[in-house]
Design a protein around this ligand. Structure first.
Ligand code: FAD
Length: 643
């Protein structure tokens, strides 16, 4: 069978001009790497890799490697010759390239050294050999281990796909009417992903359909719907029912999952994929507002903002997307934001994907894979260095290390450039929009200038305050100023530190998970907890990524690990599997020690974002993705007890 990434043969009726037109839409560096696969001899490969047409640098979301327009056009002309010659040969499947050469190609695209330890992870993610090596092999005996999956967002759907491949009987329960989780619920105007879609998609699914580089919510929801349908998962899901409790029966070695429709499901394992950002947080504010008021994750389909005075409370990742999307519709928009947000320059944030991209992913061998590398690599682990605190660096209020200071200067310049008119930036506005805390301490937002442009509109006001009281027709801010409102939007985020709520989870001997955790939710690798046999969490404690990477990659690592644990259980013919207390405690202590060396724990952030009420951080993964990937590849039997 032809490698699915090796390109479907180009139909004979496609003209050279049509191919040339498609190439105009492509990333030239990724195109040249496709050419390395397409040429026939070692000399031709060397001519590409050693030649003058090459990227000058790699920056997140800059896909042309800073190549000059002349070099880009020369490279496209060269690629056209290579592609037409390949077509004349009948579009044969390219020979596999040696790992050493693939490693060189990674470094060529990255314009930097790619450490040896990253090569296996990148190869697995790119699947250049056409093999989905994270897919579990069918397991003899799996049929005796029914599994209940709670949640059918990106993670639960992924777990279902892998359980099906391995041969486990499974049922998924999902409180919503369809799959997609985050991308079904967050239907607010402007909702879109901020990790490039060609990376924010399952590694084993085609990515030739995205119409924008950072897809909007409807396209993301449609993606998860389609994957659920095509993979035959939908018929295993009970939509519209919420799991209220999961209880382990010591004697039977089974879990009973209680549903809010009065029924139960019984399984020998539970995969809990309820998300970290699924329960909206709305502050408890005195007073009552008479008009429509809703959280951004509960945006009513029928609300009409036309000509209305809207007060939006909060402007983190979500409010930042909402404001530009509604500003021209409303009569006035007042945004209450306690602290400014750091923004990452991304001029192409709203750009459409040209039709040539989908064509190239379908027809040019490995183009899509190398394009995935371009979106993956600059966001993988590089941001972590900028988040690490150098205790000797001063002043810590402003930045936490030399690298962090460089990031601060770069971001400050970007923000200031957006509000500079005729060479001058209004110092009051600069003070208002340049954050007073170190960069990357809170989620850094992707920015193409639309937020600051929105703030300069006559009908938009940014108020640097919180909310203190509601009145029937107004919101009163923390400085006592009254803002008249027809509609209140709560862009106040999620209960990110309250894991697995409001479910009750009861393990061995009646142990309650939330009581066991207290204020410190945790899991071995964020996945398993002693005393909770064969209970696995996805996107659980200490698995969120604050410094780049995609949660889909993290979930693919976690699900591979869960399937590895289940394999251990099945192969041993055991009743249950759980981590040792030693492994669990050790991971927690090491992770907490590491988290405390990161900017997210900084006491100078002002308002806890990742921090809980006592300043601790339990949601974030402080480790390099390559380490987390390596640790989750295969569970270490020494970390587990199979009973
Ligand atoms: C607005 C927004 C933007 C984001 N942007 C990005 C991004 O750009 N890049 C990125 O990597 N990540 C992003 N994230 C994080 C995002 O949550 C993850 O990428 C991913 O969608 C998580 O998938 P999940 O399945 O783990 O969780 P979720 O998508 O939250 O899905 C959890 C599912 O479980 C269901 N559920 C919960 N409790 C129960 C219960 N008791 N019974 C039954 N069903 C239940 C929910 O209904 C939901 O369908 C964003 C999150 C938000 C909120």
């Amino acid at each position: 069978m032809r490698n699915p990434h090796a390109g479907r043969p180009i139909p004979p009726e496609v003209t050279d001009q049509e191919i040339a037109a498609a190439l105009e839409d492509l990333s030239v560096p990724a195109l040249l790497m496709a050419c390395v696969h397409l040429v026939e001899t070692e000399d031709q490969r060397r001519a590409i890799l050693d030649g003058p047409l090459r990227p000058q640098g790699l920056f997140l979301n800059e896909y042309q490697g800073y190549m000059s327009p002349e070099d880009q056009s020369a490279a496209r002309a060269f690629a056209l010759e290579v592609i037409t010659a390949w077509r004349e040969r009948g579009c044969p499947e390219p020979e596999p390239l040696p790992t050493s050469l693939l490693h060189e190609m990674m470094a060529w695209l990255a314009c930097d050294v790619v450490g040896d330890e990253y090569v296996p992870m990148v190869l697995e993610e790119l699947a250049l050999d056409g093999a989905d090596s994270r897919a579990p092999a069918p397991m003899a005996g799996a049929s005796a281990y029914p599994v209940v999956v709670i949640g059918c967002g990106m993670s639960g759907l992924l777990a279902a796909i892998r359980l099906q491949e391995a041969g486990f009987p499974f049922v998924v329960v999902e409180k919503n009417a369809g799959p997609g989780g985050t991308w079904l619920e967050n239907r607010y105007p402007g909702a879109r992903v901020d990790v490039g879609s060609h990376f924010y998609s399952y590694s084993f699914e085609p990515a030739d359909h995205w119409t924008e580089f950072f897809s909007r919510q409807p396209e993301l929801q449609a993606y998860f719907e389609r994957v659920a349908d095509e993979r035959g998962i939908r018929e295993h899901v009970r939509f519209g029912v919420e799991a209220t409790a999961a209880t382990y029966d010591d004697e039977q070695g089974t879990w009973t999952v209680t549903l809010d429709d009065g029924t139960d499901l019984v399984g020998r394992a539970v995969v809990c994929a309820v998300g970290q950002l699924n329960r909206p947080f709305v502050p408890d504010v005195p007073g009552e507002f008479a008009g429509p008021a809703f959280h951004t994750a509960r945006w009513p389909d029928d609300v009409d903002l036309t000509g209305k005075d809207v007060v939006m409370v909060g402007a983190g990742a979500t409010g930042f997307q909402v404001a530009p999307a509604i500003a021209d519709q409303v009569r006035s928009l007042t945004v209450l934001q306690r602290t400014a947000q750091w923004m990452f320059p991304n001029p192409g944030y709203h750009d459409a994907v040209g039709p040539g991209v989908g064509w190239a992913i379908r027809h040019l061998p490995f183009y899509g894979r190398w394009f995935r590398f371009l979106t993956l690599w600059p966001g993988t682990d590089t941001g972590l260095a900028a988040a690490k605190v150098d205790p000797a660096w001063e002043p810590q209020q402003q930045s936490v290390s030399e690298v962090n200071e460089m990031v601060r200067l770069m971001f400050t310049e970007w923000i200031t450039s957006q509000i500079t008119v005729d060479g001058d930036a209004d110092p009051d506005l600069v003070a208002k929009v340049v954050p007073p805390y170190p960069p990357t301490a809170k989620r850094t937002l992707q920015d193409n200038g639309s937020w600051l442009r929105t703030l300069t509109r006559d009908n938009v006001e940014l108020v640097r305050a919180g909310v203190s009281r509601l009145e029937a027709d107004a919101v009163v801010d923390s400085d006592g100023v009254r803002h008249p409102a027809d509609i209140v939007v709560w862009a106040t985020g999620f209960r990110a530190n309250d894991f697995l709520v409001p479910m009750t989870v009861t393990g061995r001997g009646g142990l309650d998970l939330h009581e066991h955790w207290g204020a410190r939710p945790r899991g071995h690798l964020g996945i398993t907890v002693p005393g909770f046999p064969s209970f696995f969490m996805l996107y659980g404690p200490a698995t969120n990524l604050a410094s780049g990477g995609s949660i889909i990659l993290a979930s693919e690592c976690e699900v591979a690990y869960v399937l590895g644990c289940l394999r251990m259980l099945v192969e041993a013919g055991g009743g249950s599997i759980e981590p040792t207390v030693a492994a669990y405690d050790d991971y927690y202590e090491r992770t907490q020690a590491e988290v405390k060396t990161m900017v997210w724990s900084s006491p100078y952030i002002g308002h806890g974002y990742y921090q809980d009420a006592s300043g601790e951080v339990h949601g974030l993964n402080p480790w390099r993705l390559v380490d987390y990937w390596a640790w989750t590849r295969d569970p270490d039997p020494a970390d587990f007890e199979v009973r």
